[in-house]
Design a protein around this ligand. Structure first.
Ligand code: GYE
Length: 347
């Protein structure tokens, strides 16, 4: 019985595939005499036979973000059958809302949204749904009352990254014979209310609650940028003379923190005064680790383009897609062969 159901499912998908049930722009469908705006005409002409995809990207605040944009842009190419409209929101939700409304007006086939923060999306997602445009979320998530407002999400398990960081610190301190010493920690948080920030902060906190001797001196928003990371770390160093650990919720803030620490005449990394934990694990961070400045880095994979394309191709064939897809990730520390890891790194 099960086999028969699966068989019918496969058959249906094949039928849908051959009957080409996509929503590609086709100018032959325009009723005669319909007046189109000049730009709309261009879009229709250029979009003819392509799957039109509107991407609203968060910004270009970090190396991770740049790598993620590169992955999306190199996936959604005309060679691959896509016509891409890409909007960089420069870290502002209002720009993302505007971009989404423009995509709806342009009648794109799919919207790909990397939501800067989790809240404030209900209305625009409803507008997309009413217009029949599937929205695929990448990287960060949304908090909405109705999950049918988006089709799928693909990205990282940020909570698990935070747990990995806490567990790594716990093991490291034990190995160093500092398991029951008082440990003063500061956190450079990513953009507040973004999924990456919430998950990493909560994940780390869930390990921290098992250690009465771990003392969180302060957590502060560094907005995932190097400049802000450095600024906040300078403030921390001014306020506290006895910081043992910096948890920095992305590599770029880590680079800023290292600058601040060195400027203050202190050192960091395995041989230094301050333990540095970072997230993303891009090539530049692994290089800083090889130079002895970062203790551990928790991987976040920005190569999300191909996975999103796979989702769209399935939807085009009328097949079901998983609502949530997590990317597999690991972590790095100086006990590993950093030289080969750096060589292999694609971002
Ligand atoms: O860690 C950070 C970026 O949402 C996973 O955003 C992403 C985060 C990433 O700015 O570098």
């Amino acid at each position: 019985m099960k086999k028969m159901v699966v068989g019918i499912g496969v058959l249906l998908c094949l039928l849908l595939w051959f009957s080409s049930c996509g929503t590609r722009i086709d100018d032959t469908e325009q009723p005669a005499g319909t007046d189109l705006l000049e730009e709309e005409k261009e879009l229709v002409e250029e979009g003819d036979n392509y799957i039109v995809v509107g991407i609203s990207q968060v910004g270009s605040e970090s190396d991770w973000r740049i790598a993620c944009t590169e992955s999306l842009k190199s996936t959604f190419t005309q060679e691959n059958g896509y016509y891409l409209i890409f909007e960089d929101a420069q870290q502002k939700q209002e720009n993302q809302l505007k971009a989404m409304r423009d995509f709806i007006l342009q009648e794109v086939d799919y919207i790909i949204l990397d939501p800067i923060v989790e809240t404030g999306w209900d209305a625009v997602l409803k507008e997309a749904q009413d217009a029949g445009i599937p929205v695929i979320l990448v990287d960060r998530q949304v908090e909405v009352s109705d999950e049918s407002l988006y089709t799928a999400w693909v990205g990282s398990d940020f909570h698990s990254q935070g747990v990995k960081a806490g567990t790594w610190l716990q093991n490291y301190l034990e190995e160093q014979g500092r398991g029951s010493e008082k440990i003063n920690i500061v956190t450079l948080q990513g953009t507040l209310n973004s999924t990456a920030q919430l998950g990493r902060t909560d994940g780390f906190a869930s390990v921290m609650k098992n250690h009465d001797n771990w003392n969180m001196l302060e957590r502060k928003d560094g907005d995932f940028t190097q400049t802000k990371g450095q600024e906040v770390m300078e403030e921390f160093l001014d306020s506290y003379s006895d910081i043992d650990v910096v948890v920095s919720e992305n590599d770029n803030m880590t680079f800023g923190a290292i600058e601040a620490i060195e400027k203050a005449g202190k050192t960091c990394g395995p041989e230094g005064d301050i333990i540095v934990l970072s997230f993303d694990a891009g090539r530049a961070a692994l290089e800083a680790m090889a130079e002895g400045k970062i203790n551990a880095d928790f991987e976040c994979n920005p190569n999300l383009g191909p996975e999103v394309s796979r989702i769209i191709q399935k939807l085009e064939r009328g097949c079901e897609v998983d609502k949530f897809q997590y990317i597999e990730e690991t972590y790095f520390d100086p006990t590993m062969d950093l030289e080969s890891l750096i060589e292999e790194r694609t971002y």
